[in-house]
Design a protein around this ligand. Structure first.
Ligand code: TRP
Length: 365
């Protein structure tokens, strides 16, 4: 097989995407898309994976497919350069998952740290663990290999999934001959971008905690989240008091979003974030000023995204066609991989009639 550079990445459509997604992956995807270094970029809306812990609520997944596509398009993911597709419409992924399940032990699946944490979080430890959820890393290996992806840009929490996929590829190729491409995870270099905390400083951003800023939030909501919920330094009571940066969420977000140009536009007292931080530490810089600066930066980031979203929201027909066409292209690619896999496993009985000769010879023995 010729060496190609192919990306697969994806999201579960369980909610609108937030600033954590934006700095941790969406921005990066647009850069990768515009780098011209890739032969194909595939973005999978993993609705089947979302169902593994939402079996009783398929309506939620159905509603969020459109939200997630709109989020993609509004940040600048270009459907001419990327294939955006829906997992449930790719039956090859289901077949691959079924074959790969035989190459993984339940003991190995039990050790997956991300799945372990998610089992706790979702209360499956007490209620009973759906087999589909337990096995979703196998289905994710199917996603990745079906597209022949060698590059998988993901958040840090996904590293165990890629590791598991790599083991499956190794085992498959060892058992059935070189067939699958070995994938590699790519995570953001910058620690803050890898894991942006919620506005309340909690490590996990979640809808139920109400601590996210969504990329589709309106200016009023953004302002409310920053002014009303964002933690600063609880010991910084008077403006003149020295301030602390550790655990100060406003500065965490500034670290993630602000550039030197933002200072000349909105806070010309400082040349850069280091100068601003130094003043905050010394005392004399108020939290209100810091928050106002952050709101200006977030608005500058989000305004064009909102405008782009509004355009697409006015033409859902076009969005639907993007998804349909992307999914059709993905069907071709993933079906071809499945055919190759079946051939390697020698279960391609109906691709040609050569097995008749084989069976006849066997019976003559
Ligand atoms: N598990 C990923 C998440 O929760 C979503 C996902 C599904 C994915 N299939 C994928 C990511 C394949 C990368 C590659 O965000």
């Amino acid at each position: 097989m010729p060496e190609k550079n192919i990306i697969l990445t994806g999201d579960r459509p369980t909610g609108r995407l937030h600033l954590g997604h934006y700095v941790g992956s969406l921005k990066r995807r647009v850069e990768l898309q515009d780098s011209g270094k890739f032969d194909a970029i595939n973005i999978l809306i993993a609705d089947d994976q979302a169902l593994t812990d939402n079996a009783d609520n398929p309506g939620k997944i159905r509603d969020n497919i459109i939200q997630v596509v709109l989020d993609y398009l509004s940040v600048g993911i270009d459907p001419k350069k990327c294939t955006i597709c829906v997992q449930s419409a790719l039956p090859a992924l289901h077949a691959l998952t079924f074959y790969y399940m035989n190459l993984v032990t339940t003991a190995r699946l039990s050790r997956n740290p991300t799945v372990k944490a998610e089992i706790q979080m979702r209360g499956f430890a007490d209620e009973g663990l759906p087999a589909g959820f337990f096995a979703y890393p196998v289905s994710q290996a199917a996603d990745i290999t079906a597209f022949d992806a060698n590059v998988v840009p993901v958040g840090e929490d996904q590293l165990p999934m890629i590791e598991q996929a790599r083991e499956i590829v190794e085992k498959f190729n060892r058992t059935y001959g070189e067939t699958l491409i070995m994938p590699k995870a790519v995570i953001p270099e910058n620690a803050i971008q890898r894991r942006l905390c919620g506005v309340d400083g909690k490590a996990k951003m979640s809808k139920s905690l109400g601590n996210c800023i969504y990329i589709s939030d309106d200016p009023k909501t953004v302002k409310k989240q920053v002014n009303g919920k964002m933690f600063t330094d609880p010991q910084h009571l008077q403006i003149s008091d020295p301030g602390h940066l550790e655990g100060n969420v406003v500065f965490t977000y500034l670290d993630a979003f602000c550039t030197d140009e933002h200072f000349s536009r909105y806070l010309p007292d400082y040349a850069n974030l280091d100068e601003m931080k130094a003043h905050y530490r010394r005392g004399g810089l108020g939290d209100g000023t810091c928050k106002k600066f952050l709101i200006n930066i977030l608005e500058e980031t989000l305004q064009p995204i909102r405008a782009e979203r509004a355009k697409w929201e006015a033409d859902i027909d076009a969005v639907y066609d993007i998804l349909r066409e992307g999914t059709a292209r993905a069907q071709e690619v993933t079906n071809a991989t499945l055919a190759r896999v079946r051939k390697a496993m020698r279960i391609d009985y109906f691709d040609d009639r050569s097995i008749i000769k084989e069976w006849e010879a066997l019976l003559r023995k």
